[in-house]
Design a protein around this ligand. Structure first.
Ligand SMILES: *Cc1c(COP(=O)(O)O)cnc(C)c1O
Length: 494
């Protein structure tokens, strides 16, 4: 299977090359030339397998140059009991007669990013071997909180890699910050940026497209790669859990093979929901994908109107991983919905960079609205939703609450009674202050103390690694102006 750039279809790469490079030289994103199909028989076979085998099988369909035994070993490493605290890795939990929650946060950093970032380092290492690359990969990450930690946890002490993470100084939760600044590993670095997530992401993109930087780093024996969801190696492992969730619904006799399901996904950079779209493209019977935003509602408006307009106030919310005004992976969706029109996509992205706005053709808008629905949720509604589910003895984090609320709105607005799964992207223990406040408790002063406080109040056990943050030494204190991120990279790779 080959991969092409969303901005230039003639640019084709193998899977190993696409994963090694992360982003295409022309600024485009690597996308598979076609989608392998998943037959009903294959879905039935997957139903009898544990998560790791399902994941290896699904990924294998896109990675023909990787050996099946190798992929099986990778998923065994990624989702095994030393990394995941639930044997199902991505367990499906029933909420009511036609609603389920897909819990994706049972990995080492308690966010769904682990599902992909426990795999990516292994895919990258194998890709380096396959392509004969001798230079060290320097992974640059811009994070809104969860990616940075999950990427470092995945890449810590992985041979032939170094990883530098930039996060918005005031845009992440205290627990997230502590998770990052206490990260262990000889090859990791962390730096705060004075600005918001889009500033950090724009800085990383600028460094990637800087030829002089590329040359300077090559002379030092490095090349840049990405662990952000622009990397195909991030999207692919995520396709697997949508298919796995469907298998679990079949196994539980909740659905019959072929019956449709809806997924509601709390969305930021559009990576997670894009993976759901790709599962649908493979033939998974997904009827509607519900894209849930917090009050940074650029995507909800886009899906409703066909106009993408980032010229609006930026809000810092209690679901920081969704405080995003430029959703990078939307580019992959537009490419596919336009029938692979690279010129059109390039035009949109140039307009977005120049004016902050673009409008898609009526055809793309129609096709998008047939399968996507966009909704948003205020801070107050988020709190109410956490409190409501808590009364039903289910503790969820603010990101998940946004999805649960938007799913309710969707059902009210459309009357669609299709069974639906909302996706849970973080442990509530990553956001104790917001969760405690939502359920009517006054959060303790110290962010780590709140973990114990929330356990006492709710009786729900905290993930062991979060509880262990108490007393861990902070290793990183760096802060940079957003214009000076280049210098931090050069310093890190001295
Ligand atoms: C990253 C993240 C999201 C957004 O996912 P995208 O793939 O960027 O759309 C939502 N919730 C949490 C907790 C996250 O960490």
């Amino acid at each position: 299977m080959e991969y092409l750039s969303t901005r230039d279809k003639t640019l084709r790469k193998s899977a190993a090359q696409a994963i090694t490079m992360g982003l295409s030289r022309d600024g485009g994103l690597f996308t598979p030339v076609s989608f392998p199909s998943l037959s009903a028989l294959e879905v039935e076979t997957l139903c009898g397998m544990p998560y790791r085998k399902r994941a290896a099988y699904v990924m294998g369909k896109f990675l023909e140059d990787f050996r099946p035994e190798e992929l099986n070993q990778f998923t065994k490493n990624a989702y095994g009991p030393d990394r995941y605290d639930d044997p199902a890795a991505a367990p499906l939990r029933k909420v009511d007669g036609r609603t389920w929650c897909l819990e994706l946060w049972h990995g080492p950093t308690s966010a769904f990013k682990d599902m992909a970032l426990q795999m990516l380092p292994q895919l990258l290492s194998a890709s380096l071997r396959m392509t004969g690359e001798k230079k060290t990969a320097c992974i640059l990450v811009a994070t809104s909180g969860d990616t940075g930690k999950a990427a470092m946890e995945g890449f810590a002490d992985v041979e032939q890699t170094k990883i530098l993470v930039f996060y918005p100084e005031n845009g992440v939760s205290e627990i997230q910050k502590l998770q990052m600044t206490t990260q262990e590993g000889a090859n990791v670095g962390v730096c705060a940026v004075k600005g918001n997530f889009d500033d950090a992401q724009s800085g990383v993109k600028r460094i990637f497209s800087d030829e002089a930087m590329r040359t300077a780093l090559a002379e030092r024996g490095y090349f840049l790669s990405s662990a952000n969801s622009i990397n195909w190696g991030r999207i692919l492992p995520q396709v697997a859990y949508y298919i796995s969730a469907y298998c679990d619904l079949l196994n539980g006799k909740e659905l019959k093979l072929g019956e449709p399901v809806n997924f509601c996904v709390p969305t930021g950079n559009f990576g997670n929901i894009l993976a759901c779209y790709y599962a649908k493209r493979m033939g998974l019977p997904v009827k509607r994908m519900i894209c849930a935003s917090n009050c940074n509602d650029v995507l909800a408006e886009f899906i409703r109107t066909g106009v993408y307009d980032r010229n609006r106030p930026f809000h810092t919310t209690m679901s920081p991983s969704m405080d995003i005004l430029i959703s990078s992976n939307l580019e992959r969706l537009l490419f596919d919905l336009s029938g692979g029109d690279d010129e059109l996509v390039r035009g949109y992205m140039e307009e977005l960079a120049r004016t902050g706005r673009y409008e898609v053709t009526p055809g793309i808008k129609r096709r998008m609205q047939e399968i996507f629905y966009g909704g948003s949720c205020s801070e107050e509604e988020t709190r109410d939703c956490i409190a409501m589910l808590h009364r039903y003895k289910y503790l969820i984090d603010p990101h998940t609450a946004v999805a649960a609320k938007v799913l309710t709105d969707y059902r009210k607005e459309t009357g669609d009674r299709t069974p639906a799964v909302f996706v849970s992207t973080a442990s509530p223990y990553k956001f104790c202050d917001s969760v405690l406040a939502s359920i009517g408790e006054k959060p303790a002063e110290d962010s780590v103390e709140r973990i114990g406080q929330m356990e006492a109040v709710t009786g729900v056990a905290a993930p062991a690694r979060l509880a262990a943050l108490k007393g861990k030494a902070v290793r990183f204190h760096d802060v940079t102006e957003k214009e000076l991120m280049e210098e931090k990279v050069l310093e890190f790779l001295k």
